[in-house]
Each structure stands twice: as C-alpha cells, then as structure tokens.
Design a protein around this ligand. Structure first.
Ligand code: SF4
Ligand code: SF4
Length: 417
C-alpha cells in the first residue's frame, strides 16, 4: 500500500453506498425528522445542536462560507463536541444521513484537540511503546491503591486524573494473564479498560469464550478507536493496517475476532472506509470487519448469573456510531428473552435516555447528558442497567452512585459471572 498520511476520509461508506463527504452532507434535505431523537438536542434544544443544524454548519464550512475566525471556530468546536456520536439521527432520517460520521470528519478538518494533551500522549504510547504504556498504567493503579494518584490531578494538564480516580475501582484485582492456546479458533482483543481497569470483566469474557473455543488473546493491543475519534486518522489507519496484517497471519486468516466493547466493534465494522482509494486494502479491511464479533456471540442462552441481577432491567444504547448495530440488537434480544416483562429497552426514539459512554464528548457537555440518563432510569424505577462497554459501565455507575444509588450499571458480559 502507498503511504497514506491524509488526515481526512476520502469517502464515506453510508447505508446508501459510497459517497464523498461533501455529497453525503448535501443529501440532508433539512426535513428535521432527526431532531426529536437527538440526545444532544434534547439536552440543549437549539437548532445549532440538532443533527440538521450540525449538517448545515458542516456544509457551509466545506463550501468555504464560514469565516475562519476565533469566534466561529469556538462555536463550531462547541457544536461538534456536544454530539455524542450515537448515530440515532441516522436511523430516524429518511435518507439515513450519517451525521455522526460527518461530525467526526468535521473534528478532523477543524483539527480540534478534544482530549487533554497529556492524556492523548499517554494513550498514543499504547501503540508506539506498549511496554511503557503497560508499565505506566500499572504504576498509576498502584498509586491509586496507596491513595497518591489524586495529587497528580492537581498538576497542570493532569486535571483528567481526578476523574480517572473516581472511576477506578478501589479493590485490588488479579491481573488478566491467560495462557494463549495453540491452534486458536478465536481471537480476543480486550479493550483498554477490560485489560487494565476491569480485569475480571476480561477474565469473564475469556472464560466464557474458552468453554467452546481455543482462544488467543491480543494483549495490550491498540484498536485505533481513540485515534479515529480524536482526530488522528493517519495513525488510526496505521494501527488498523497492523491489525489486519496480524489477523491474516493468525490461524488461517479467518478467525473470528471477539471484542468486549461495542464502540470498538462498531469502529471495526466501519474500517473499510479508512482505506477508500486503495481497492485491495478495502477488500482486506472488509474481510477483517466481517470477522469481528461482539461478546454476545459467545454468551450462552442461559447465562449463569442472570438470576442475580435486581429487576427491572434496562439496556443503554451504544455510545458510538450505530444505535442499531447488529450487536446491539442481539444484546437487546438476549435481555428480552432472559428478563421478559422486567426488561425495559431504551429504543432510539427515547431521546431522553442518553447513550452511555460519555468519554467521547467534551466533559463540559457530559454532566447534562448524565443527568438525562439518570432521570430516565429513575422514571422507569430501573435497578440494573446493562451497557455494552466497560468504560460506559464505569461512567454510568459513577453517575448512578451520585444521583440514583438504587440502580447499578453492569457490562452485559457479567450475565455469565
Ligand atoms: S439529517 Fe436526515 S432527518 Fe435530519 S434534517 Fe437532514 S435529511 Fe432530515
Ligand atoms: S449522532 Fe447522536 S448526538 Fe449527534 S447529532 Fe446524531 S443523534 Fe444527535
């Protein structure tokens, strides 16, 4: 493959075919059918924060009709950072316009740095020096246990550490160190949080999968999701290219790849568009995407711990890119079968139930969304909320502990212990 360092997508793979970004934005006919389902619009009902408003702003930007001054830039950054990238608008839209994809592309073109620099550099280490990253995380966890980590949060540029301290479980957990099986039949790529912060979640997924498969684990492996969401597209492409090559060299290149995070799953399903313009790589990426599975794929029909959860039960939507991805539908069906009338599903029409996983929006918008989510749960008197990513479970559980302690958030893999 030719070296491709472009920081923009050449084209989008939309439900209605491959389109240039500009064409895709222009297909928005401004009907407004998407506004009622947009959680961001529900929290701040202004035209600019509706999917229609976002698309129109992006179109004007692409046409060069918005002056590139500080005031405009400030407003545009607010507009793109308040989008939770949930993709609900696309499902409500008659033209299935991928507004979340547009907002990601808008982030890249504005070159808006949405993550604190120190956090961005730290996460980048996972790809450039994985051993250093692992060492850093282990040090951080140890500092948390001896209660020193909060003091790092007062250093300039490290304010995010305070939030991490709130999220981290206080109990010590055994690290996740499985032995790889020879001649594997399934690959497991643990998400960042499952490998380092919630090793019991990773162990649960591994044990469940290992009952039927010989599992090999890609430990401390970056997925490229952070780079994709936070604007470093060239690096995201490089990481995914590495994964595709590694996948083709493992087993016979056809092994299913298991993910415990719906965000990583949705991202992997969309990787072919990263390689648009390079037909052989689009094909390889498509094959890779077809091999990706979500953890529900290995959950047994009657998970061991299903009876242990307080009812009624709820499922929060995905945080990223596809509110109705096949994995999400499958998870809904599993919960519906297990909990029957006690299962209250959050459909995309329930705009007030904000998707969990607030790490992908700017922290100034997150509290309003959190409160909306908690209000919905309290309204339905929910006691257990299942979410489809470890990070979303941690974020939502923190909000519940603060505002609605009667409920708990859990990753769906916990159904099996
Ligand atoms: S994004 Fe779709 S639903 Fe929303 S205004 Fe545009 S065409 Fe209508
Ligand atoms: S992706 Fe979600 S938050 Fe963003 S505009 Fe669409 S519905 Fe609203």
């Amino acid at each position: 493959m030719r070296k491709n360092k472009t920081g923009k997508l050449a084209a989008l793979h939309t439900p209605l075919g491959v389109r240039s970004v500009y064409d895709s934005v222009c297909f928005c006919n401004r009907c407004g059918m998407c506004s009622p389902v947009c959680p961001s619009y529900a929290a701040q009902p202004k035209e600019a924060t509706s999917p229609r408003g976002r698309n129109q702003a992006f179109r004007l930007f692409l046409e060069g009709k918005l002056k590139n001054n500080a005031r405009n830039r400030r407003e545009l950054v607010k507009l793109i950072t308040s989008c939770t990238l949930c993709g609900r608008c696309s499902r409500a839209c008659p033209g299935q316009i991928p507004t979340a994809q547009h907002m990601l592309e808008f982030r890249r073109r504005l070159r808006a740095c949405l993550l604190p620099r120190t956090l961005f550099v730290g996460l980048r280490l996972r790809q450039t020096a994985p051993w250093l990253f692992e060492w850093g995380v282990r040090c951080g966890l140890w500092l948390h246990r001896v209660k020193v980590l909060p003091f790092i949060g007062v250093l300039p540029g490290f304010g995010w550490v305070k939030h991490v301290c709130e999220l981290l479980p206080s109990r010590r957990q055994k690290p996740f160190m499985p032995q790889d099986k020879t001649r594997p039949t399934r690959i497991y790529l643990p998400s960042l949080e499952a490998q380092f912060i919630l090793p019991d979640l990773a162990r649960s997924v591994y044990d469940t999968a290992a009952k039927k498969h010989r599992v090999c684990v890609w430990k401390n492996t970056a997925s490229g999701l952070f780079e994709y969401v936070y604007g470093d597209l060239a690096r995201a492409r490089k990481i995914v290219r590495g994964l595709i090559i590694r996948h083709s060299q493992t087993g016979n290149g056809k092994l299913p790849l298991l993910s415990d995070s719906i965000d990583v799953y949705n991202f992997f399903k969309q990787v072919p568009q990263l390689f648009e313009g390079f037909p052989t790589w689009v094909q390889k990426a498509q094959h890779f995407a077809d091999c990706v599975r979500f953890v529900c794929d290995v959950l047994p029909k009657k998970p061991a711990q299903a009876g242990a959860f307080a009812k009624p039960v709820f499922m929060m939507s995905s945080a990223l890119l596809a509110d109705d991805s096949p994995a999400q539908i499958q998870a809904g069906q599993i919960l519906h079968t297990l909990f029957k009338k006690n299962f209250v599903q959050c459909g995309y029409t329930h705009a007030q139930a904000v998707p969990a996983g607030y790490g992908f929006v700017k922290d100034t918008c997150a509290p309003a969304y959190e409160l909306e989510a908690v209000r919905t749960l309290a309204k339905h008197q929910v006691q257990t909320v299942f979410v489809l990513s470890g990070l979303a479970a941690l974020e939502l559980d923190l909000a519940l502990r603060r505002f609605y302690p009667a409920a708990r958030a859990e990753h769906i893999a916990r159904l099996n212990g």
